[in-house]
Design a protein around this ligand. Structure first.
Ligand code: HEC
Ligand code: HEC
Ligand code: HEC
Ligand code: HEC
Length: 216
């Protein structure tokens, strides 16, 4: 398990730092915070080093809270961007080219960033395509999701499909890219995995399968 070994070596010194994190870490050990990563995905290759780590806590206590897990990028603590109402956590971070360890609470994933003098990605770590940022930089979560203030925090709601997509993706572009009447294809997420996909064009599966939902 070369990857696990790599993480162990990298994270070992943190055990000492962790010792100072007193009660919190003890509680977390007793009841680990379960985390589901939305972006990035374990054992994948990215072509950009500036990314937004997004995850969801899948275990919260009876009041709907759990202690905020720490985010570590290659062993150094990073702050969460904006405190969303749970269960959503997001942080804009800069990864390094080559191997990176992203740790949230007790969950760790490894990703490889192309570029620089970085060697080849480990075997089987496919490219993970992600929705491009705009010319001005990162895409705001609110450009696609409904949000609501909740006790001073931002509660992230559903992605507004297709109204949000239509703000940036014109009818004309739709026609050029799909050669298809738009109306039956309005639910973009039927075919596109908007955050990330290992298939080009952010597709959820091969085009043939996507079309087969409605055509023979
Ligand atoms: C370009 C549009 C877009 C942007 C920008 C965007 N999202 Fe999303 N997000 C979606 C769509 C669409 C889905 C629904 C998943 C799907 O079917 O692909 C989704 C799903 C999610 C989910 C999973 C919800 C669930 O119940 O599984 C989370 C969490 C999330 N987004 C968080 C964020 C955060 C945090 C940001 C900002 C850093 C963000 N999103 C920015 C489009 C977007
Ligand atoms: C704030 C503007 C904005 C919003 C909102 C937005 N996009 Fe995009 N999207 C872009 C830009 C910019 C690109 C890159 C276009 C290019 O390179 O030609 C892009 C590219 C894409 C691509 C192609 C990605 C690739 O790998 O080539 C897909 C698919 C896509 N968007 C789907 C969506 C969907 C679905 C939504 C709604 C959930 C959405 N977008 C919302 C700006 C936006
Ligand atoms: C029935 C499936 C399907 C639906 C629904 C769909 N698309 Fe697509 N989309 C595709 C396929 C297939 C491609 C071609 C991908 C390629 O050429 O790599 C594509 C390409 C694109 C591209 C260009 C990607 C690139 O590589 O340049 C954008 C942007 C895009 N779609 C946005 C949207 C938006 C926005 C919606 C909703 C209004 C939508 N799509 C709905 C299947 C779909
Ligand atoms: C959600 C169902 C749905 C999906 C998925 C879908 N289609 Fe269609 N498609 C339709 C409907 C409905 C029509 C007829 C629309 C009309 O005439 O207004 C159509 C029409 C067409 C036509 C005739 C176009 C025209 O201008 O008359 C072609 C070609 C086509 N689809 C190909 C595809 C391909 C390729 C895909 C996969 C990328 C796909 N369709 C995915 C529902 C779908």
């Amino acid at each position: 398990m070369p990857v696990r070994y790599y993480c162990a070596v990298l994270l070992f010194p943190l055990a000492f730092v962790g010792g100072f994190v007193k009660a919190l870490s003890i509680r977390e050990m007793a009841e680990p915070v379960a985390v589901k990563f939305i972006f990035p995905q374990n054992h994948s290759t990215l072509s950009r080093s500036e990314v937004t780590v997004i995850c969801m806590l899948t275990r919260v206590d009876s009041q709907g809270h759990s202690s905020l897990p720490e985010l570590l990028i290659n062993g150094s603590v990073q702050s969460w961007d904006e405190i969303f109402a749970q269960p959503v956590l997001a942080a804009h971070v800069r990864l390094t080219t080559g191997l990176n360890a992203v740790k949230v609470g007790n969950a760790t994933l490894s990703v490889y960033v192309k570029g620089g003098s970085a060697k080849e990605p480990p075997k089987g770590w496919g490219e993970l395509y992600s929705h491009p940022p705009t010319a001005k930089g990162q895409l705001q979560c609110t450009s696609c999701h409904a949000v609501e203030k909740q006790n001073g925090r931002l509660a992230l709601g559903k992605a507004l499909v297709p109204s949000a997509c239509d703000k940036c993706h014109s009818e004309l572009e739709f026609e050029l890219k799909h050669h298809h009447p738009k109306q039956p294809m309005e639910q973009c997420t039927m075919c596109h995995s908007t955050h990330a996909s290992s298939i080009k064009g952010l597709l959820k599966s091969a085009p043939k399968q996507l079309c087969a939902r409605c055509h023979d």
